[in-house]
Design a protein around this ligand. Structure first.
Ligand code: C2E
Ligand code: CA
Ligand code: CA
Length: 702
């Protein structure tokens, strides 16, 4: 330790010994030191000790070097100035006892007393002031920046104080509002901009001013013809700031966008509608608006997708004798009738039932999970509603026949439709105006039919088909003029199958043309074998479908030529019913006849055609159906047969009675002047070698 406290042991000439100075030194608000020119500290006041963190005693030990922040270069200059000019004033960094530093504003002045030159140093901490200064500078800079940005932004800005005096208006606002800053500043907002009066802007400004909560609004400001988006903020110093922006362009864009969207919406709706229309047309019947075949299939599938084990019932509804109405009243009335019936069926249908029209007069009702008794009740309802008179041009009374088919398990619409269709024929056969169910027997029949068709296709590939021949005998000359070829099928498992069974299947399956050609081919070959017997003709049966084929005459010619047979050795038998309603067939028949091939009308008397119409057919032979022959015992049967013979002879046709089984029948036929007869009594159909006709020498005839 160097010295004792100068205050406790003051030097004689120490100026601080005087009370005033001592007091100033001790109680000064600034730190004060007494130092020698070489930097020793002799005394320090309480404030200096407080600021520096050292005791006065410690300061006398560490001296000036102990409190100077050596990193602050200014200290050297300060000491030099002090030495040179005896005075220094400036800011220097000073160290505290804990090593931290602070900026100090320091004044040092030399003085002389009895003990030589000394320095009197005062200092104060500038930390707080520097921070404040920095803050002020920052604030100024920020304010300047705000103003700059207010001027540069594309937004318009107007600031007002609590008394609505305009305190700021930026360049943009000047320009757009058409005012000059100098005229506006300090003026009353409402007087400066009278157009604000009574607008939503005024309301908003006043609200923000009173509530202090910012608001945003958008409206048209008439004062400057501006569509503007406005943000109103309360200012910290009071008053409000109003930012606003021209949104005319955005508004226009929005409007345009809205228009485009609306147009797009409209075109999308139109497209969707068109799609719906298209889908509707594809799935609905145009005339009645009911589902069509495709639509029914789709909807049934849809229901079964959701309820795979739903029971399905198909009601096949067919108007009785609709064709007659259509033909006699015209298609317009027919269509009207169908529309009325469609409406009635829709009314009978329960929610969830599907109603469809399959074209023509065929309607379908598809029912799900409906018990048989309920189906019967519904079918009866359909029969009843159809029966009610319909007024289209004339008062029409129509009836309907209905076929019903149900599936217990997995339903297949196609199968059910086929089954219901089969049942429909049962209903028609039973007298129409009623419903009939598809039953087990019909099921077996339809399964059988499928098998027959399959086997028949195979039979046509192999040689399972052959012909039997049955002669007809001339009743006057006891000779044979007519030999009928009858097709047979030798089924590998079932034995010989009757044409009654497979001809209808061949017709349904579209196989009749191939089958028919087979028959013609074999028949002409057999006829060629009998070519040497004078006056014998071989006859083949030709079904309605074959007759409808305009290629028939050509086909016949081809086969005649193939075997070199004269056309007068061949005839075709066509049933009366197949001739029922076509003038085109008559034309084909005429062509065939022109070839020299004869024509017989088969099963005559069963086809409902009027006797008068017979004259229009180019018939060479009339074959009286065997049902009339069977009926010969009765007076009526006798009379009908007599009438037919008279008429046939009137048109020059040869008359053959079919199915003669007894001698009395033969006797009566002779009396009735029938030309020929055939039947089991005379000869059963059989192998051609058993037909009692002479065969040429050299021919194989056992
Ligand atoms: P259909 O043309 O009326 O032929 C006569 C049928 O009566 C034959 O039956 C014949 O066997 C049978 N019949 C002959 N005499 C008697 C008799 O005294 N009493 C009875 N009850 N029946 C007799 P089939 O051969 O079974 O032929 C049945 C039908 O099949 C034929 O009737 C004909 O419509 C059709 N058919 C036969 N062959 C052909 C063919 O090659 N083509 C076409 N499209 N149909 C054929
Ligand atoms: Ca025949
Ligand atoms: Ca016949």
């Amino acid at each position: 330790m160097v010295a004792t406290s100068p205050l406790t042991d003051p030097p004689v000439h120490d100026p601080l010994t005087t009370t005033v100075f001592e007091s100033l030194f001790v109680h000064g608000v600034d730190g004060a030191l007494l130092a020698t020119p070489d930097g020793r500290i002799q005394r320090a006041n309480a404030r200096a000790c407080e600021l520096l963190g050292w005791t006065e005693e410690e300061l006398t030990v560490i001296g000036r070097d102990g409190i100077a922040d050596r990193r602050d270069r200014r200290w050297t200059a300060a000491v030099e100035a002090q030495t040179r000019e005896g005075f220094f004033r400036g800011v220097l960094r000073v160290r505290r006892s804990d090593g931290s530093t602070f900026p100090a504003e320091l004044t040092s002045a030399e003085f002389f007393d009895g003990s030589g030159r000394r320095d009197y140093v005062t200092f104060r901490d500038l930390t707080a002031e520097e921070a404040e200064a920095a803050r002020t500078a920052e604030t100024r800079r920020a304010a300047a920046e705000v103003v700059d940005s207010l001027e540069s932004i594309s937004d318009m800005y107007v600031g007002v104080d609590v008394d609505w005096r305009v305190t700021y208006i930026n360049a943009q606002a000047e320009a757009r509002l058409g005012v000059r800053r100098a005229d506006v500043l300090g003026g009353d907002l409402w007087q400066t901009f009278p157009a604000l009066d009574g607008t939503v802007f005024e309301d908003a400004y006043r609200r923000v001013m009173s509530t202090g909560r910012p608001e945003t609004l958008e409206d048209f400001y008439g004062g400057a013809q501006l569509w503007t988006e406005v943000r109103v903020y309360p200012l910290r110093r009071g008053g409000i700031g109003i930012y606003f922006r021209d949104v005319a362009e955005r508004k226009a864009l929005e409007a345009e966008r809205e228009q485009l969207l609306a147009a797009e919406r409209r075109s999308r709706q139109a497209a969707e509608q068109a799609q719906l229309d298209l889908a509707h047309r594809a799935t609905h019947d145009e005339l009645t608006g009911l589902l069509n075949r495709f639509g029914l299939l789709r909807q049934v599938q849809e229901v079964l997708l959701g309820r795979p084990d739903a029971g399905l019932t198909v009601m096949f509804i067919d108007l009785d004798r609709f064709k007659l109405i259509n033909d006699s009243l015209g298609h317009g009335s027919g269509d009207q009738l169908l529309a009325v019936i469609a409406g009635r069926l829709s009314a009978v249908a329960r929610p969830g039932d599907l109603v469809a029209r399959f074209g023509g007069d065929e309607f379908i009702l598809a029912l799900f999970d409906t018990p048989r008794t309920a189906v019967d009740a519904l079918a009866q309802q359909v029969v009843t509603v159809v029966r009610a008179p319909v007024d289209v041009r004339a008062r029409l009374l129509v009836t309907t026949s209905i076929g019903l088919a149900s599936s217990a398990g997995a339903a297949d619409l196609g199968t059910l439709l086929r089954e219901a269709d089969a049942a429909l024929y049962r209903a028609k056969d039973a007298g129409r105006d009623r419903a009939a169910w598809f039953d087990e027997e019909m099921h077996r029949a339809s399964v059988h039919r499928v098998e027959v068709e399959r086997d028949l296709r195979r039979a046509l590939e192999s040689d399972e088909l052959y012909l039997d021949y049955q002669p007809a005998f001339d009743l006057r000359e006891d000779s044979i003029s007519h030999v009928e070829a009858l097709v047979r099928w030798r089924h590998p498992e079932r034995g010989v199958v009757s044409p009654e069974e497979f001809i209808p299947v061949a017709e349904d399956a579209g196989l009749i043309h191939r089958l028919g050609e087979r028959v013609i081919a074999q028949a002409v070959e057999q006829a060629a074998a009998w070519a040497h017997v004078p006056g014998v003709r071989v006859w083949v049966n030709v079904s309605a479908q074959q007759l409808a084929d305009p290629g028939l005459p050509e086909l016949l010619t081809a086969h005649l030529d193939r075997v070199g047979l004269a056309p007068d050795r061949l005839g075709i038998e066509v049933t009366e019913s197949s001739l029922a309603d076509s003038s085109r067939l008559t034309c084909t028949l005429a062509e065939v006849r022109a070839l020299g091939v004869a024509i017989a009308i088969d099963d005559f008397g069963t086809g409902y055609s009027s006797l008068a119409r017979l004259a229009s057919f180019p018939a060479d032979v009339i074959k009286i159906d065997r049902s009339f022959v069977a009926d010969l015992g009765s007076p009526r049967g006798h009379a009908v047969l007599a009438g037919i013979v008279t008429l046939a002879h009137a048109i020059g046709a040869h008359v053959i009675a079919e199915g003669v089984e007894t001698l009395p029948q033969l006797t009566v036929l002779r009396e009735l002047d029938v030309d020929s007869a055939c039947g089991y009594l005379l000869a059963r159909p059989g192998d051609p070698r058993h037909v009692p006709l002479p065969v040429r020498q050299g021919d194989d005839n056992p």
